[in-house]
Design a protein around this ligand. Sequence first.
Ligand SMILES: [Zn+2]
Length: 153
Amino acid sequence: MEECELCGSPVSAPYTVLVEGVELRVCAKCAKGKKVMNRPASARVGPASSRGAAAKPSQKVKEEDLEVVENYGGIIKRAREAMGIPIKVLGEMINEKETLLLRLEEQKTLPSISLARKLERALKIKLLEQPDVVEGSSQQRGKGELSIGDFVG
Ligand SMILES: [Zn+2]
């Protein structure tokens, strides 16, 4: 059981709140009036929860369709620094090597989808996106054989 970082009372499902830019894990009482980042998982599942177990959401994006955002290194670094934790600690949080994370921040290594997901969760950032569908350009190209000469004449 964790302890509330504000009042110290034991709390089984702490809230993550933002206090002056710092994330704290606190009890429900202390979470009141604060900016809540993350509610405890056990907090109220809703009466219809038994139905959701069988039916899968049909519009779920396939993992293969996701790609890591272009500037992932900077995003990771900024988020980590905002949390005020060294790379080593982040590595311990997500059970990855410090050297690997360093290479990610320097964009020398592209994270796998599962690693990116871990980082997303740990740092509360967005690293994965659906690739943009190229609009227009692919259709226009190839067909038109216009050369500048046609206009200049
Ligand atoms: Zn408290």
